[in-house]
Design a binder for this molecule. Structure first.
Ligand code: SAH
Length: 416
């Protein structure tokens, strides 16, 4: 490996790498020798020349190098990438029984920084967001297809994120057939249509799988306790997710709110697909009436206020907003927005009712999020138990050394 380029860090800038954090910022680097190409292998060395990590070079990015490995003895060759793909796929194998939509590769957590691969039935949807994984794109795709048996690869890389890495636009069919308008996936006992081409992220909020199931478990428990299913409010419903899980489990009524009419249209299709929409009563178990479903196209902030004026009440509320803070500068404004919706939602929650409140902003730390929600509860005059802390599913693991990977957090609150 004598021809490998190297990056020499400034004195004292080796601390985060010593803690095995996988990013090297441009400002930490004193010099780069060997004229590496974009995505090329770099040996990262401390100011005294000590080996720290193998990394991929990103000449245009603020994160100038992303680490593959901290072991000097490892060879970062084709076999190494094949092994990473195999390990990532193997790690998720036990999810196959519960769903056909799985995140197979989650960037840093799978030692492949910048790569996301989601499987939907026999389609792989990819995002190549760093020079390192982009430089090995063909090899990675080849191995992903071989390992999963999927013949179709569709790319949904974000042009803005690629441009920050100095990478050109990618996207569309990389292999096999173009995805149909909608792919039907199974998650536990429910089905959802997913738009791989235009849907959010890679099409579906795969990360909320466990929490949708939790809703599906809470509803019958509340039904058993109170003799009737909860009235559910699903805010930021996207294509129906939590609301369909609630209706499928016997909610009395489900009100779903989203500002996107396209998302709502697909949400209604998803309700129909599961036999939950009006006129599909026959599909519901005969022992209980079908849930009353209400679809509201509007702004959640306004709708929550309007519902308070109307005196509406719910026993189960889900708040799963989009990322309010995309960077640390937006934390304060985002905190106000989180507080606003949590306050409004808690005012609609019946005593004994539950709120599932989420934030997917990595810039909002879990402890800050909890403080924001606690403040909202005080202002709403709602005493609450913190019943559980919620997170993304097992296919979105967080490396202890890379806490930035833990973007999704949630609180399960029960109002006293
Ligand atoms: N809970 C969903 C994912 C939510 S994604 C699931 O499990 O699938 C966030 C959603 O919020 C998107 O569908 C977006 O259209 C919607 N949205 C964003 N801002 C909004 C607003 N101010 N009011 C209502 N919906 C909004």
């Amino acid at each position: 490996m004598c021809a490998v380029a190297s990056a020499l860090l400034k004195p004292g800038k080796d601390r985060s790498l010593a803690r095995r954090h996988p990013w090297v910022y441009a400002g930490a680097i004193a010099s780069v020798t060997g004229e590496p190409a974009s995505g090329a292998l770099l040996a990262v060395r401390a100011a005294d020349g000590r080996f720290l990590a193998w990394a991929a070079y990103s000449p245009a990015s603020a994160i100038r190098a992303r680490c593959w490995s901290f072991e000097e003895s490892e060879r970062i060759d084709a076999a190494w990438f094949v092994a990473r793909v195999n390990a990532a796929v193997r790690r998720r194998a036990d999810l196959d029984a519960s769903t056909t939509a799985v995140r197979l590769v989650f960037g840093e957590a799978d030692a492949l920084p910048g790569l996301v691969v989601d499987r939907y039935e026999d389609f792989l949807v990819t995002q190549f967001h760093s020079c390192g994984v982009d430089a090995h794109r063909e090899l990675l795709i080849e191995e992903l297809c071989r390992r999963t048996g999927c013949a179709n690869v569709f790319d949904r890389s974000d042009p803005a994120l690629r441009s920050r890495e100095g990478l050109g636009v990618l996207g569309g069919v990389l292999r096999g057939a173009a995805p149909p308008k909608h792919v039907c996936i199974r998650e536990h006992n429910l089905r959802y249509w997913v738009d791989l081409r235009h849907g959010h992220k890679t099409g579906f909020y795969i990360d909320q799988r466990d929490n949708r199931r939790l809703v599906g478990e809470l509803v019958p428990r509340m039904l058993a306790r109170h003799g009737r299913g909860p009235r559910v409010l699903n805010c930021f419903c996207y294509t129906g997710g939590f609301g369909i899980a609630a209706a499928g489990a016997g909610a009395q009524a489900v009100t779903s709110v989203d500002s996107s009419s396209d998302a709502l249209a697909l949400a209604r299709d998803n309700a129909r697909l599961n036999g939950l929409e009006e006129g599909a009563r026959a599909a519901a178990p005969a022992t209980r009436p079908a849930s009353r479903l209400e679809w509201v196209c509007g702004d959640v902030f306004e709708q929550l206020r309007g519902m308070r004026t109307e005196g509406r009440r719910f026993e189960l509320i889900v708040l799963d907003p989009p990322k309010f803070a995309t960077n640390p500068h937006q934390v304060e404004r985002a905190a106000r927005a989180y507080k606003d919706i949590n306050l409004s939602a808690l005012r609609l929650l019946e005593p004994g009712g539950v709120l599932l409140s989420f934030s997917c902003s990595a810039a909002i730390q879990p402890d800050l999020f909890q403080k924001i929600v606690a403040g909202a509860a005080i202002d709403a005059g709602a005493d609450c138990y913190l019943r559980a802390r919620l997170a993304a599913g097992a296919d979105h693991p967080t490396l202890l050394t890379h806490p930035e990977g833990e973007y999704l957090k949630g609180l399960l609150l029960e109002r006293l």
